[in-house]
Design a protein around this ligand. Structure first.
Ligand SMILES: [Zn+2]
Length: 436
């Protein structure tokens, strides 16, 4: 570390690399001239830094465009195949592990259902590691090209807890550090799935030396929708995850708002009815206890046996579509609850956009959206409501996995394209990026 306020040549170079890499990643392909006018960097800097990035194989030339009267301008873009990302969604009924290239093309995925141990943390960690081994092996991917494993989980994630929640090995466990994602120290408080300070990072570290990143599933979904989906271009937004449970990711001035210990955005446990229905968290009257998919299916009470929540919710939707009065009333009420709860978000955070995602949100969204918008208008303060648009997510049900993969990606772009260190020097005995 250098003294505060002093930037070394290396810091500046890293900053320029990061700036150009980010621009090319999000807005490419671009010519060197366009990069210069967007970033304000000098022609010489652009030439030097793009030269380095080309030599490192991180960017590539991809054709050219005519310029007014001059020579054609060569276009540059990030080289999609140069590195890989892993995204994991610890879902309500299964664990999904997906391998992506840098352009977020899914190269392989492994879906492993939870068995009768449910969300037992050891079981979940086993499924993640088995899925990771499978996607790397199936694609023959060199673990040295994997920038990290991002994991989206249900619950509140405390980052970088040294020693892993009081059961670890002390202050300087190797494997915890910014170059390794810091996720090896992640501890998860997942009250609705029975996780009480689960040291998930440390449990995964026992089985892989790849950099680890762990975050709340709603926050990973939020990052994905903000970067690539319906949230693009907004600086103040809320991305709501509407699945079996309900969560949210609050984006304030372009950054995810986390609060003191990362629990900000637990919107599903805001109260819509004092003394109301019992929620999975143990309290009464939570939003989730009224509009979460699990609650809706339970309240509908006509789920086909064996089909699970998705089949139950689809049956509810079909019944409402056929005019069944009980189904129509239940969905109308759900739209009103969601709209009122969104009005609270509008009043509290003054977002310019609210994005509704998650598998249940995408399934029910087209039917509920008009009712949600109307209720939000009825319940919110008029001025902030007029500034807020309410839209559906555009990334589909796999958005949590994509979002989880953005965690290592974000680190990589910030570093200016440095490949992360692996944990300890076990690569020789763990050729597939995995420990025995
Ligand atoms: Zn609750």
């Amino acid at each position: 570390m250098t003294a505060r306020g002093k930037k070394t040549v290396r810091d500046l170079r890293r900053g320029s690399r990061s700036t150009l890499l980010r621009r090319l990643y999000f807005d490419g392909p671009l010519s060197r001239q366009e990069l210069g006018s967007i970033t304000g960097l000098s022609g010489g800097s652009i030439s030097n830094v793009t030269g380095e990035l080309l030599a490192d194989g991180l960017i590539e030339e991809c054709g050219s465009v005519e310029s007014d009267g001059g020579r054609p301008r060569i276009l540059l873009r990030v080289a999609a195949g140069r590195a890989h990302l892993v995204g994991v969604d610890v879902g309500e009924t299964q664990v999904r592990v997906a391998l992506f290239d840098l352009a977020r093309t899914e190269l392989a995925a492994s879906d492993r259902p939870l068995d009768d141990r449910g969300h037992d943390a050891g079981h979940v960690a086993e499924l993640i590691l088995a899925g990771l081994a499978e996607v790397l092996e199936r694609t023959g991917t060199d673990p040295g090209t994997v920038l990290g494993v991002g994991v989206g989980v249900p619950g509140i994630v405390e980052q970088g807890v040294v020693g892993g929640g009081g059961v670890g090995r002390g202050a300087v466990e190797r494997g915890i550090g910014p170059d390794l994602g810091g996720g090896a120290g992640a501890v998860v408080h997942g009250q609705t799935v029975g996780w009480d300070a689960v040291p998930l990072g440390r449990m995964l570290r026992a089985g892989t030396d790849l950099p680890l990143f762990v975050d709340n599933g709603a926050k990973t979904l939020g990052q994905a929708e903000m970067w690539f989906g319906a949230g693009r271009g907004a600086r103040h937004a809320v991305v709501a995850l509407f699945g079996s449970g309900v969560g949210a990711c609050v984006i304030a001035d372009g950054a995810r708002f986390r609060g003191a210990t990362s629990s900000a955005g637990e919107w599903g446990h805001t109260k819509v009815h004092v003394g109301g229905r019992r929620c999975r968290c143990g309290a009464r009257g939570c939003l989730e206890a009224y509009v979460g998919a699990e609650a809706l299916v339970a309240r509908w009470g006509a789920a086909p046996t064996g089909g699970g929540e998705k089949a139950g919710l689809a049956a509810l939707l079909a019944a409402a579509g056929a005019g069944d009065p009980a189904a129509v009333a239940l969905l109308d009420e759900a739209a009103e609850y969601l709209g009122a709860a969104i009005a609270d978000l509008v009043n509290l955070f003054n977002p310019e956009r609210i994005v509704i995602g998650g598998w249940a949100g995408l399934l029910l969204g087209p039917r509920l959206l008009p009712g949600i918008r109307a209720a939000a208008t009825e319940y919110a303060l008029r001025f902030p409501r007029e500034q807020t648009e309410i839209v559906l997510g555009t990334l589909g049900p796999a958005a949590v996995t994509v979002g989880a993969a953005t965690l290592p990606l974000s680190d990589f772009l910030d570093s200016g394209g440095e490949f992360p260190r692996r944990a300890e020097a076990d690569a020789a005995v763990a050729p597939a990026g995995l420990r025995a």
